[in-house]
Design a protein around this ligand. Structure first.
Ligand code: ADP
Ligand code: MG
Length: 310
């Protein structure tokens, strides 16, 4: 820890505090994320450290770099590349005005980062504006990664086990119970209690974020609880029929909803988005996870036909 000089607090994380800090030797500015470990914990299990190593290898320009992991008896400090702000704060500063080119560029970078993770069988599972970091030069990076409960993730027929630190898991579960985690970016399958998550969970969140970008920071489905969340989704997209989503009624927390008809066009929902943009949004916001577009496919969508990556 002597390697870093703490500068200021930049975020009150769910697991601990995030500080801006300076490397005393290289003068590099970094973000330190402190994670408290439980008192009854005997330090960090080696399997968890292996998984953090996996995250350390997740090198991509649209994923915040994990430089280092410092481990003392009761604390774990993750050393990340520093970014200027998160997307939530960016929205607050843009006063309801975001030009279509910026929307497209952010969406492209979000999908690039996701395609990379998904190709490595890593899910994010908690995509939201607060977890997307933005740099002054318009770069977007996925952050707050993989520090979610361990899951068995089916990806293209394979089961890929991701074990993450026990302490983090416990904290996450506490959080889910206390409803601190926002529901706004959760897909209907997860809201109905689906336990086997696939990459489609992130694609739904990407859709919600896309609409929020297009509306310069107005969230698409700001639900108050699970029930209200599902109602908001179905009122806009139409309640799925058995034909559209056969396995829906078999989900653990499934309950029937009134058969709302789908809104015929998203024009009134995202008025500033082009017709190709609306088509992409429609493909991200498929209630049936099997029908949701993948990150790789989304990058090939006509919406990006006129986009030149920098
Ligand atoms: P938590 O899992 O507790 O939500 P995050 O990693 O999302 O923790 O960090 C909380 C907040 O701290 C973020 O929403 C962001 O505002 C800020 N933050 C996190 N990492 C960085 C970073 N590398 N650079 C700049 N700000 C960051
Ligand atoms: Mg976060």
């Amino acid at each position: 820890m002597q390697k870093y000089e703490k500068l200021e607090k930049i975020g009150e994380g769910t697991y601990g505090t995030v500080f801006k800090a300076k490397n005393r030797e290289t003068h590099e500015i970094v973000a330190l994320k402190r994670v408290r470990l439980d008192d009854d914990d005997e330090g960090v299990p080696s399997s968890a450290l292996r998984e953090i190593c996996l995250l350390k290898e997740l090198k991509h320009k649209n994923i915040v770099r994990l430089h280092d992991v410092l481990h003392s008896d009761k604390k774990l400090t993750l050393v990340f590349e520093y970014c200027d702000q998160d997307l939530k704060k960016y929205f607050d500063s843009c006063n309801g005005d975001l030009d279509p080119e910026t929307v497209k560029s952010f969406m492209y970078q979000l999908l690039k980062g996701l395609a990379f993770c998904h190709s490595r069988n890593v899910l994010h599972r908690d995509l939201k504006p607060q977890n997307l970091l933005i740099n002054r030069n318009g770069e977007l990076k996925l952050a707050d990664f993989g520090l979610a409960p361990a899951f068995c993730i089916p990806v293209r027929g394979f089961f890929f086990r991701l074990y993450i630190i026990k302490a983090l898991c416990q904290m996450s579960f506490q959080l889910l119970e206390s409803q601190v985690v926002t529901l706004w970016y959760r897909p209907p399958d997860v809201l109905f209690g689906a336990k086997l998550y696939s990459t489609s969970i992130d694609m739904w969140s990407a859709g919600c974020i896309f609409a929020e970008l297009a509306n310069a920071g107005r969230p698409l489905f700001p639900g108050n609880d699970v029930d209200d969340q599902l109602k908001r989704i179905f009122r806009l997209l139409g309640t799925p029929t058995e034909e559209q989503w056969q396995t829906m009624t078999k989900l653990p927390d499934y309950k029937p909803y009134p058969m709302y008809p789908a809104t015929t066009s998203l024009v009134n929902v995202v008025p500033k988005l082009s017709s190709t943009g609306r088509d992409l949004l429609q493909n991200l916001l498929k209630c049936n996870p099997v029908q949701r577009i993948s990150a790789e496919e989304a990058l090939q969508h006509p919406y990006f036909a006129d986009f030149c990556p920098p």
